[in-house]
Design a binder for this molecule. Structure first.
Ligand code: FAD
Length: 306
């Protein structure tokens, strides 16, 4: 379970004390505030705070004295224009602060996104919980034969059972030793000094959970989501990105719709690709050999146009 009853009670008490404010409020985001959305087996993501809404993007773009809103239609048009033309700074006027609980190997991919502010749970100061990510059977997949950076079909039968058993047993044994090393009692019952937590943690596997607060502006969050909610991203980070997408959709619906249309659903074409498309539209039967593209480029091009 991702949250203890005490932690849930703290969240409930925060949500029970609404305050009046003059600041921009997104009703959609207010519904998410503080609540933990479960991800993977022990993880979650929850919104701690946010700044701005769709109108704040327009307000910044127009450098307005008021809310910056003209009409919903007008604002949506402006937001789509900004997204289409990579006029990104108005999106930076919105920010969100998330609390994320995630396996360490996912955190390593996540932290590569440098344009955020992070504060991580200290395993020098605190003792990590005995919580490890163990994939569901359908996520326990074989190495992909076509993509070195991907996975194929789910393992089955004895192999799946053996792998699951090793994952659980190795994690459990590593944690037993972690506890034994930091404890003040030796296995024979005598007193011991206890190894520093900052050293004992090096024995723990990468599927143990960590937590952090992660604050980012909307422009850089869209960049993160574009890469990590994409089918090419590893499943274990993609499920976090998918959960965040649902929040952003409610927070800034117009900006999210433009992002989905131009970034998630859109494609980028090279000049060679544009030339090929023009030739195809003119009726020419273009092949990879006559396209001027490499085999990989052509495969991706065909993947888009069929
Ligand atoms: C499917 C996938 C596979 C990947 N595989 C690998 C891998 O095998 N090995 C690996 O090491 N990484 C890998 N990565 C990580 C990837 O290379 C990027 O590090 C990561 O996606 C963060 O992207 P970013 O730098 O654009 O984001 P951010 O750090 O958020 O930066 C956003 C933008 O700000 C600018 N910026 C930020 N900091 C700097 C800087 N110091 N100098 C110049 N410009 C800066 C850049 O324009 C950048 O695009 C992978 C990512 C994905 C999505």
């Amino acid at each position: 379970m991702p949250l203890s009853p005490d932690q849930q009670a703290e969240i409930d008490s925060l949500r029970a004390q609404p305050r009046q404010t003059l600041r921009a409020v997104s009703e959609g985001m207010e519904a998410h505030l503080y609540k933990a959305v479960p991800v993977l087996d022990h993880g979650f993501v929850r919104v701690i705070d946010y700044m701005g809404d769709d109108a704040a993007i327009c307000q910044a773009a127009r450098v307005s004295y008021g809310r910056g809103t003209k009409s919903v239609q007008n604002d949506e048009g402006l937001i789509r224009y900004l997204m289409r033309h990579w006029h990104s700074t108005p999106f930076e006027m919105c920010e969100v602060k998330l609390h994320v609980k995630l396996p360490v190997f996912v955190a390593r991919q996540w932290i590569r996104h440098r344009t955020a502010n992070v504060n991580e749970y200290s395993a020098r100061y605190s003792i990590l919980d005995r919580e490890f990510y163990i994939p569901q059977p359908d996520a326990l997949a074989a190495q992909s034969v076509i993509n070195n950076q991907g996975r194929g079909e789910a393992l089955s039968g004895e192999e799946a059972a053996r792998v699951l058993e090793w994952l659980k047993a190795d994690a459990g044994r590593a944690y037993d030793h972690y506890e034994a090393m930091i404890g003040d009692t030796a296995p024979d019952g005598s007193a011991q000094a206890g190894l520093a937590r900052e050293l004992a943690r090096m024995n723990l596997p990468a599927n143990i959970y960590t937590q952090w607060y992660w604050k980012v502006d909307l422009h850089n969050l869209f960049h993160f989501l574009r890469l990590r909610a994409d089918a090419h991203a590893q499943y274990e980070i993609r499920v976090y990105a998918d959960a965040i997408c649902e929040m952003v959709k409610d927070w800034v619906p117009a900006a999210y719709a433009a992002f989905e249309d131009y970034r998630m659903g859109g494609v980028t074409l090279s000049a060679t690709g544009v030339a090929c498309l023009r030739r195809m539209l003119a009726g020419e039967a273009v092949t990879q050999e006559t396209s001027g593209m490499s085999k990989g480029e052509w495969r991706e091009f065909e993947g888009v146009w069929g």
